[in-house]
Design a protein around this ligand. Structure first.
Ligand code: ADP
Length: 461
């Protein structure tokens, strides 16, 4: 092994991950093309799901609301008090869903959830809310992170379960009604007012809390996976049909769309593909799907790095020998990339310790520098791809013609903790739409999408 061999290999890897300005522009254009397709037809790769949320909050809303979140292992119940000045107070409880309820009957599952709402009210809201008082109905926003076909803001039919749930008789039923029936059975004066996707909640929560009262037009999540919701012109959502559009238009000219952008460009026409991406994709249960997500989000970046390091090791370009840790799929978490990016010590000490701890391998300084360069290439591609599609949405929605400053809400550990991620998104934006427009984009973290965001959906419902 010579140092020039390693340098050459690293250069070649970085080239595969790099995205030129021209490529950024074509990714952005392809995103706009597929956005339009998804708004026109059902069944397109990018689902572009109408949320039936037709207003965003101003920040001046007030009152107490409930939100529940059934996502995976936990069920969360929150109360949100909106103070009317862009701030809110949130109380929250979390319960692990018993395994037997995840595979039982819908009655068992939803009566359990309703009971948790009842317990929450009794513990935290008994002073504010009298269970028997009919004039104090509490509105509830329901974040439900499973595939549903939504037909109204609080109507959604469960298409299938994921994440270990298999409550067979619930499939094909309206999940809002299932919850409402059980709340009613407990005599709770609670109205399930909105069924909410978490990105829609992110957009709503950012819209309420956004500083400067600038219009929030996007809610983006880059965590385990990635997705985005944005504000669309109702008339552009032609797949709703003329009759539905004209009925909805009586109330509002807009609707929030849940893009499901994780599946953008599964053909890799514009986003590109490396042999390492293909190796990672092969190991996933949804091979060939969500390919945009697999280049961007937290679940995958660590594995992309591990696959590259294992490949370099097998070519005898990196590390003296392999380790079972290096050969173990999904061994590296994306937080490892963050820690390496943040290591500015002269001898890359933090990186050395991380490689020892996570991969049980000794490394030379030269090897650590090579690894850091690869990490930077993976992180930069992730942020550039995100930036390219954000630019696509900004152009598609003609945001710069409509607003002075455009606000974008973001959530998820990758956005929050990956060093320099926002700056890289901005670099990509600048390359596509120019620096003047880029400087009009305000990006901020939006917390509690499934809490305050869901409650806000219930408010505007
Ligand atoms: P979720 O998306 O599951 O709601 P998060 O937003 O916390 O939750 O995202 C979890 C993902 O973020 C995991 O895939 C993890 O690898 C990644 N992650 C956790 N910490 C960091 C970090 N410090 N830097 C980058 N990615 C991280």
């Amino acid at each position: 092994m010579t140092s020039s061999n390693l340098t050459e290999a690293v250069d070649s890897i970085c080239k595969k991950f790099s995205i030129t300005d021209e490529q950024l522009k074509s990714i952005s254009s392809e995103y706009i093309r597929l956005t339009k397709l998804g708004l026109n037809h059902n069944g397109e790769a990018m689902a572009m799901i109408p949320s039936y949320v037709t207003a965003t909050p101003s920040g001046r809303e007030t009152g107490t609301f409930l939100a529940v979140d059934l996502g995976g292992t936990n069920f969360r119940v929150c109360s949100i008090h909106l103070n009317g000045d862009n701030t809110y107070d949130l109380l929250q409880t979390k319960t692990v869903i018993p395994r037997n309820l995840m595979v039982g009957t819908s009655k068992e599952l939803f009566s359990f959830l309703a009971q948790k709402v009842k317990d929450f009210i009794a513990t935290h809201l008994s002073e504010k809310f009298d269970e028997d008082a009919t004039d104090h109905q509490l509105k509830l926003g329901f974040t439900f992170s499973f595939p549903v076909s939504q037909t109204a803001i609080n109507r959604g039919t469960l298409l299938r379960w994921t994440k270990g749930f298999d409550v067979k008789d619930a499939v094909g039923q309206d999940v809002c009604l299932l919850l409402q029936d059980e709340l009613d059975a407990l005599n709770l004066n609670v109205h399930v007012a909105a069924l909410v996707n978490d990105t829609v909640g992110t957009l709503m929560s950012r819209s309420y809390t956004s500083p400067g009262h600038h219009t929030t037009i996007m809610g983006i999540i880059i965590g385990t996976g990635t997705n985005c919701a944005y504000v669309e012109n109702l008339d552009a959502i032609t797949k709703l049909g003329e009759e539905k559009i004209s009925n909805l238009r009586k109330n509002s000219p807009m609707m929030i769309i849940n893009t499901e952008w994780g599946s953008f460009d599964n053909q890799c026409v514009s986003i590109g593909s490396t042999d390492y991406d293909e190796q990672v994709d092969k190991k996933t249960p949804n091979k060939g799907m969500q390919l945009f997500e697999k280049r961007i989000s937290g679940m995958f970046l660590g594995e992309i790095l591990r696959v590259i390091l294992a490949d370099l090791c097998s070519q005898k370009l990196l590390f003296k020998s392999s380790s079972s840790e290096l050969e173990t799929e999904w061994k590296l978490d994306t937080s490892a990339l963050s820690r390496i990016e943040a290591d500015f010590s002269k001898n890359l000490i933090a990186t050395r310790l991380l490689i020892e701890k996570e991969l049980a391998l000794e490394s030379t300084l030269e090897e650590r520098k090579a690894i850091k360069t690869i990490v930077e290439a993976i992180g930069k591609r992730s942020a550039y791809l995100a930036g390219a599609v954000v630019a696509g949405i900004l152009e598609h929605t003609k945001a710069f013609e409509k607003h002075g400053i455009i606000d974008v809400g973001m959530d998820g550990s990758v956005i929050e903790f990956y060093p320099g991620y926002e700056s890289l998104i901005r670099e990509a934006l600048s390359a596509i739409i120019g620096q003047t427009k880029e400087s009009r984009v305000q990006i901020g973290i939006a917390k509690d999408g499934s809490g305050v965001g869901a409650a806000l959906c219930a408010v505007v419902a």
